[in-house]
Design a protein around this ligand. Sequence first.
Ligand SMILES: [Fe+2]
Length: 320
Amino acid sequence: MSQVSKDFFFDGMVLPVTVYLKMKVDHYLILGNKGEKSKFSNFQSYKNAHSSVYVAILDLPILINYVTTMTEKAVQHKTLPDGLKARFMVGLASNALQCFDKKGFASLVELQRVSNMVLGLGKTVSNFNDILNILRDLKEEEAKYAMATSMVSVMLCEEMDVNLKGAVEKVALGALLIDIGLRYLPKALLERPRHLWSPADNALYETHPAKGVEMLRDLKDVSSDVLLIVAEHHENAIGTGFPKRVRDLKISPLSRIVIVASYYTSLIFNSRSEGVAYDSDQAISYMNDILGQPFNKQVFLGLKNIINRAHLQKKMGQAV
Ligand SMILES: [Fe+2]
């Protein structure tokens, strides 16, 4: 059985798979059968915040695919009611979940907890509606990448015990927004493989962090920490990033986290490696051996710890 997010379900949806409520170890109650309309809110124990919902492992891809497809359809409408916007975020999260689960980044349960936290941003960020509108205007692949980067960033915060008030929310939000400046770059450039870029193309690409910051300045209530994350997300610890080529100490602590998360995620999502999508171990090797580990040491160690723990959990799961 696989635990899944309650956010996937709403009353009245036709269930694409059979869904269970976990009662105790190895005991499940059927909440709804495949093809039935969901009426989960009638179940008292479902409403309990601690109750968890499961589907058969083989049904998980079907459920995720269903939620994603439904969400993508909804997103094509320009004027979305808030509920659908929320579901748009759930769709992005489910896509990222599916990808990371395959790549050995972290256990599905852990990822779901983190994705719920990112989705919960709507409750803490006053202008979340504006943020959602911005994300909705990104290309689908970019929006998925943003959500995935946000999830990895949140896990890194937890791994590194970053718990200053509001810090995790700022990291999650900043990571969602890092690439919004890309929309100002010519589509033809972004579609061309990077090895074909001219120096002028590279220079143009390097303007996207500043363009993102400019755009966010027009919104009310975006904190300066979030703006810094967007501005610095392509810098690195040894000063070979862009646009300012500053070194580790000059980079904000929250940006250091998002820098590692976004590089790792881009390797996993195949947005940097041109034709090769890496699994977690390959991404770590690439960042360490090929790039020479140009990232903040503690954050990179945190990433390795998360991945090693996922390996261990998988081994223990297989041994049971
Ligand atoms: Fe970027």
